[in-house]
Design a protein around this ligand. Structure first.
Ligand code: UDP
Length: 374
């Protein structure tokens, strides 16, 4: 029987693993943590509250095909992904829209007035080279300083001038009053949680998962003769045993406060660009749809050390990343190829749906047929 080795039981590992198992492969999946689901992992606390262990995960996608494919493993509930930033004593909706300037300035704005305001505030920078320039060119200095500057520097631990413009360009600018944080067509949560969805994906007789098992290049070398190919979704530098040095990843620390009330915040996420050491507070119950007498608010602090959550995309880190990408390209061409996929292995800031889609596309490509049309 054809065998494949997969490293990491998050969205990449479970999507590719599931599809390959269905296509007749024996899949050996190794996960370094003691649970599946990667950073999407959620669980019920001792009090029965559904918690997102590694920060909030907001599923959204424009792909009908992806949602249909995932629907084999879960039902969905509609989700209100509403985010507000605390600016002085005001809670203003994000992303920036008419509703944001109206809340900030305490008066209504027409589209023309908003355009006029932006035209005055924007700094003329044709090709922004960093996140600060991207904000100045898009929303102008006042909104940059009120909403982006402090948050970005806390979140990444470096100046916005050192970060790639694509980081803040994730946040759209809207000329309407749509206060949903994402813009995608489908904004939903798995009805019973992410772990439930991933458990169902993992439930296949040819998919075998071993937890608490780290896998790096030398471990692959020791077993690769048994496998047709390998898919790696682990941290890129760690996989190559830090041959070229450490790639910067940003980590997070979470502090949870449980309250005996239905809700504490108005909405799921509040960002703090200018106050406090934490970046945001998240009350996930707003989007899990759980009915419970208690609620939990998680205070998120960004930090350098700890589990990797985000690649820190700067010119400096990309130069080092290029050296790892060259190693990765060599492995893709090897006799037992290793394919690198996902946020940590590709060192890219993907949303969840991008990761699912890339995983499906990789399997389609490797098997040279459209198993799932996406
Ligand atoms: N950002 C910001 N202020 C905010 C929200 C976002 O400055 O209130 C910037 C910040 O640099 C952040 C990036 O935009 O890292 C992307 O934000 P997103 O909400 O997509 O971050 P994630 O939810 O992935 O942590």
């Amino acid at each position: 029987m054809k065998k494949v080795l997969i490293i990491g039981a998050g969205p990449v590992g479970l999507t590719t693993g599931r599809l390959l198992a269905e296509e007749g492969y024996q899949v050996d999946l190794f996960e370094r943590r003691d649970h599946i689901g990667g950073n999407c992992f959620d669980y019920h606390s001792a009090a029965g509250l559904l918690c997102h262990k590694y920060g909030p995960h907001y599923f959204r996608t424009n792909s009908d095909e992806l949602l249909a494919w995932l629907s084999q493993f879960s039902d969905w509930i509609p989700a209100n992904y509403h985010v507000r930033a605390k600016v002085q004593d005001k809670f203003v909706p994000l992303p920036i829209s008419l509703a944001t300037v109206e809340a900030l300035k305490g008066r209504t704005f027409s589209v023309e007035e908003f355009e006029h305001y932006l035209a005055q505030e924007r700094v003329a920078i044709e090709h922004p080279q960093n996140a600060e320039e991207q904000c100045l060119a898009t929303v102008g200095r006042e909104l940059y300083e009120a909403i982006f500057k402090g948050y970005t520097e806390k979140q990444w631990g470096i100046s916005a001038k050192e970060l790639l413009p694509s980081i803040t360009a994730r946040i759209p600018l809207r000329f309407n009053r749509d206060i949903r944080y994402p813009s995608e067509k489908h904004q939903v949560m798995p009805a019973q949680g992410y772990t439930y969805l991933f458990k169902n994906m993992a439930d296949h007789s040819r998919l075998s998962i071993k937890l608490n098992q780290e896998f790096c290049l030398s471990d692959v070398r020791a077993v690769e003769s048994a496998y047709e190919f390998v898919i790696c979704s682990g941290q890129l530098d760690q996989f190559f045993e830090y041959q070229k040095g450490k790639l910067p990843y940003r980590s997070l620390r979470f502090e949870e406060k449980i309250s005996e009330s239905e809700f504490v915040q108005e909405n799921v996420q509040i960002n703090y660009p200018n106050d406090f050491d934490y970046t945001r507070t998240v009350e996930i119950k707003h989007v899990t749809g759980q009915q419970h007498p208690l609620t939990s608010v998680v205070y998120e602090y960004a930090q350098a050390e700890g589990e990797a959550f985000y690649p820190i995309l700067s010119l400096e880190s990309l130069a080092l990343c290029d050296q790892y990408r060259e190693l990765a390209r060599q492995e893709e061409r090897a006799q037992c190829p290793i394919y690198f996929l996902g946020r940590l292995a590709e060192y890219r800031y993907f949303n969840m749906d991008h990761v699912f889609l890339r995983s499906i596309k990789l399997v389609n490509q490797l098997l040279n047929k459209e198993i799932v049309k996406v």
